[in-house]
Every structure is written in C-alpha cells, then in structure tokens.
Design a protein around this ligand. Sequence first.
Ligand SMILES: *Cc1c(COP(=O)(O)O)cnc(C)c1O
Length: 352
Amino acid sequence: MSKFFSSKYKNLTPYTPGEQPKEREYIKLNTNESPFPPSPLAIKMANQESEKVYLYSDPNSTVLTNTVAEYYGVKPEQVIMTNGSDEVLNFAFMAYCDNQNKAVFADITYGFYKVFAEINNVPYKEIPLKDDFSLDIDAFIKEDGTLFIANPNAPTGICLSLLEIEKIVSSNTQRIVVIDEAYIDFGGQSAVKLVDKYDNLLVTQTFSKSRSMAGARLGFGIANAKLIFDLVNIKYSLNPYNVNRMTSGAGIGAIKDDKYFKDNINKIIQNREYTVCELEKLGFTVIDSKANFVFVKSDKISGKDLYLKLKEMGILVRHFEKPRIKDFNRITIGDKNQMVSLINQIKNIIGE
Ligand SMILES: *Cc1c(COP(=O)(O)O)cnc(C)c1O
C-alpha cells in the first residue's frame, strides 16, 4: 500500500474471486460458470455490435432493457441493466444503506455483500444461518435496515419459497429488501412476480450463470419504477456507459434464444441430480440445492484435503476456509463428462 492511499480504504478486505489458473487445463468446477458456450445468436449479435465500437454504447441500453422487460413481464421503467449483477448490488448499497440504514445479510452468503458495505462505509450486521444452513427468517424480519438475501443462497444452494420471500418483504414495507437471484433459473421461484405488489422490493439477476455470459458482464435489477429511478440516478453519476455494445448485443441474443437457454438449464438440473445421487452413494452429506452447484462434505476426508487432492488431479472446486463451512466444498455443476470425471476421481481419493 502506498502512503498516499486514502484512509477511507486502508482497512478494505477486497473480494477473493475463485481461482482462474493458467498453468494447466483444469476441469473448472469452482466459479459457477456455465459449461456451455453462449447461444449462437448471442455471439452473432455481439459480433455485429463490435463493428460499431467507435461509438459509445446507448446509456439507456434501450433495446436490451425493452427485451428484458418484455421477457419478465414488467415495464421498461422497472428494469436497470448493469455491468454484471455485482454492479446493481453495489448501486443498491449506495442508494439504500447509510448510518441510519445498516445493511443486513446472512453470516454465510455471497462474500461481496460485506465488501460493498465496507467500500461504501455503511454499517452492516450478519445474521447467522440456522444449524442446517437455512435462513433465519424470523431474525431477518426483526431487523431494521436494508436486507440482502441471496436466493438461492451461495454457497449452500438452499432456496426459499416465494411465500417465505413475501413474508419477509411484507413484514416491514418501510425498508428495502434486495433479493439476489443469481441462481434462480436452476429451479427456484423468482420474486419478480412481487415487484408490482411491493414498492420496497428489488430483485437482481445475472447473465453470468444460467445464460453462459460470465465474461461479458451483464446483470440487471427489476423493481418498482421509483426504485429503478434511484438506481439509474446512481448509474449516471458513476458510469453511464456501464453496459458495452458487444455485451448488450449478446444479451439481446441470449434472451431471444429461449430454447437454447431452457435446454441448457435442463441439462444442468439433470447433471445436478446425477451428481447428488452419486455423492450420496459415496456417503457424502449434500445440502439440497436449487443452484448450479452443490455444497457437500464427507466424513472420510476433510474439506481442505478433498479440495487439494482434486486439484492435484486436475479438478478445481471451491473451498472456503471459514469456521462454519470448512468441512465443505462447493462444486459447480458442469457437463456430464465433467461430473463423471469428478465422481471417478472422488472414488479414487476416498478409496472406493
Ligand atoms: C455470481 C454471483 C453474483 C454476481 O455475478 P455477476 O457476474 O456480477 O453478475 C451475484 N450474487 C451471487 C450470489 C453470485 O453468486
């Protein structure tokens, strides 16, 4: 750190992204990317836009916004498109948290929430998940402040029902509830249905996982038009051209090619079921997942050792060396061949 670094940021602990190693070809099951390429239509439309990169992108992302709004059955004024959903989440921390409104999130959840709270200098409170890693709904309901809930949660994969989400949102309409639906397409019920009913609800989603566009950086928020107005205000104060032309084109193509999207989701869900079944046969504890990953542990090997041995064998999974979850690994669901290799290597490791 230089001596010039602002004292505002001296104590920051930045987010730790999953490993993206270059030294060897791994089967990458550590960052919840899709194993499938993006839709051919997404690639085609991105390429068309690439010829126009000498011009700024449309700051309103008009065509993309309209396409997303139509797909989700809301008005364009209810949608903001962002550079990954991380950006809309950060906008929400900026817009809805301050010394009077602390950020509230689970102790085991998406690691970026704490980082956003810290960089925006807002107080935050972590609510412990219950022993079975389910969300403590009553504890959330009792808290003042702005609630951030990943649904399904990461890294557990546990998903609340729409009724449970509504219970939280409706319990106090004087505070904002942000539902981060990065993994909702893999089997959960989206809270987008509730945005016309509750003006304190913001739902965020991403193209990074279910739409195979992690490297393009595209996410969005859906809410009541007044909330979107707030977020757009922040966006125009930071980075009006936050969604670049290629990404915008790719996003439109990805939404239009709905069959490709749904086929891939179905494949991931099938591969998840296969993986869960095989791991349970090997004696693993597998948390019930509605995401494109599973959170698992074995009595036969520590979480850390399994992670290290798999890495030696060319398979990367995600291990978090944190008190409540260090026995576990989070394993992304890839294509069928990848999951068969994973199961075979785990059999070798635990000697079955
Ligand atoms: C991956 C992820 C995001 C955001 O990803 P982007 O690539 O920025 O869209 C947000 N929340 C959770 C829980 C995630 O796992």
